[in-house]
Every structure is written in structure tokens, then in C-alpha cells.
Design a protein around this ligand. Structure first.
Ligand code: FPP
Length: 236
């Protein structure tokens, strides 16, 4: 099972408690560790987390820098734990605008975990679905220029090889926390047949128990991928 999560509501969680927004993100990072640790027992083989979007750069410089500090700390503190827990870490998105020390740690972590066969943890950092599709199209264009492919070779299957998620299954379920019912440029290509679940719980307040409930509801759904239905599929 591949689960994607749009981890929203860190800011609101903090503001409701009269705390700085950065504190909400910090709580959000602890929640990441809790959920990642629980995944294997919950039957989740791939987890994709939306950590920072291509649009998040428009937040205040202070908030962007506190988020970057958090990613830097996560990479430092969780490096060994992820390696030892058999987690394969993959970063989705364009790393080029990210500070060099962070992006080289990202590369190191990907390399150090590439042969792990436990949970695949995709961390979407400076990620946007449209940007990913455009970068994939550019890579295909480069391959045509290099005479490796011709335009007619492009099919939905071959195009997937140019995406950041190449070789992976598509998400079965996307959860968005904190009440908003939109996708916000997350995995646009990959979610064509995913179930969508929206909860009002903010990300720092999200629990393993709620995740278990959502998963058991999801497991009762029959997915047809555009084929025939033998029963009505409705989540809410
Ligand atoms: C959305 O909440 C959350 C983010 C933009 C950042 C997500 C980052 C984390 C959970 C922390 C660390 C992640 C990793 C992988 C270590 P928001 O600020 O938009 O909340 P709001 O809508 O209530 O303002």
C-alpha cells in the first residue's frame, strides 16, 4: 500500500496555542517520526510526505528559514535511525534551490538507504506536481536530442520513468489533514485513481489511532480503476 499525506495545519495548531508557527512545524516533525515508525506494522510499504512545496518559498523569510533548519536537523538526527530501520529514503522535487549543505545530506541519505527494502519514504521537498511533470517532459526532450528515444516512444508508461517517483507504485490513498479539501499541487500525475481522505485534525494532533481508522475504512473500499463496479464506492 502506498499512502500519501499532505501534512497541513502546523501553523494553526501553534496559533491556537498562542505559540510561534515554527513551534507547530517542530511538532509536525515529531509527528513525522511517529508515523514513519508505525508504517511497517500498518501494512504501508510506501509513504509520501509533502514537506515543502514549490509555492512555500512565498512564506516569510523567517518561516522558510525555520523550516529549512528543521529539515537540516531531521537529516542530521534521523540519518542513522533511517538507515538502520531499513527505510529507503527518496526525495521528490527539484533540489537545486535548496541550500547546498541540506541538498548534499539529502543525496547522502538517498545513497545510504538505496538498497534498503523496508518502508520507502518519499519526502517531497521543493516539490510541485506541475513542476515534476515539466521536468519529466524536459528530460524526455533531452533524450530525444540525444537520439535515445523518438517522440512516438512517449506513452503514459514510458513517461512515468521520467517522474521523480519512477519505478514506484501510485498512491492508493491520500490523506490531507487540517480541513481543507484540495490537492495543492501534490502528485498530480500519480493520484489519477487514488482515494482521497480529508480530516479536520491538524497534523501535530494526528494520531496513529486515527490513521488506523482511516485505513480500515479505506480497506473496505472497492477500487475499480475506471472499470466496472460491483458495489458503490463512497468514502463519506
Ligand atoms: C503545512 O502547515 C505544513 C508545512 C508547510 C510544512 C510541513 C513540514 C513538517 C511537518 C515538518 C517537517 C517535515 C519533515 C519531513 C522533517 P501550515 O504551516 O500550512 O499550517 P496552516 O495551514 O495551519 O498555516
Amino acid at each position: 500500500m502506498h499512502l500519501g499525506i499532505i501534512m497541513d495545519g502546523n501553523g494553526r495548531w501553534a496559533v491556537e496555542r498562542r505559540l510561534p508557527r515554527a513551534f507547530g512545524h517542530k511538532r509536525g516533525a515529531s509527528k513525522v517520526t511517529e508515523i514513519v515508525t508505525a508504517c511497517p506494522d500498518l501494512g504501508i510499504k510506501t509513504l509520501t510526505l509533502y514537506a515543502f512545496s514549490t509555492e512555500n518559498w512565498t512564506r516569510t523569510a523567517h518561516e522558510v528559514s525555520s523550516l529549512m533548519k528543521l529539515f537540516r536537523g531531521y537529516l542530521q538526527n534521523k540519518f542513522l535511525e533511517l538507515v538502520e530501520n531499513n527505510v529507503k529514503v527518496v526525495f521528490l522535487g527539484d533540489p537545486s534551490p535548496i541550500a547546498r549543505d541540506i541538498s548534499s545530506q539529502m543525496k547522502r541519505l538517498e545513497l545510504a538507504t538505496k538498497d534498503n527494502d523496508g518502508l520507502t519514504l518519499n519526502i517531497a521537498l521543493n516539490y510541485g506536481g506541475r513542476d515534476e511533470i515539466v521536468r519529466a517532459a524536459q528530460k524526455f526532450g533531452m533524450d530525444t536530442v540525444a537520439d535515445k528515444v523518438i517522440p512516438k516512444d512517449l506513452t503514459t508508461e514510458t513517461f512515468e520513468r521520467y517522474l521523480d517517483t519512477k519505478g514506484q507504485t501510485n498512491p492508493d490513498l491520500i490523506i490531507r489533514t487540517a480541513g481543507q479539501r484540495r490537492i495543492s499541487n501534490f502528485l498530480l500525475w500519480q493520484i489519477a485513481y487514488s482515494e482521497l481522505y480529508f480530516t479536520n485534525t491538524t497534523w501535530p494532533d494526528f494520531t496513529i489511532k486515527e490513521l488506523q481508522l482511516i485505513l480500515s475504512e479505506f480497506n473496505q473500499e472497492e477500487r475499480t480503476f475506471g472499470g466496472n463496479k460491483s458495489k458503490t464506492t463512497q468514502i463519506h
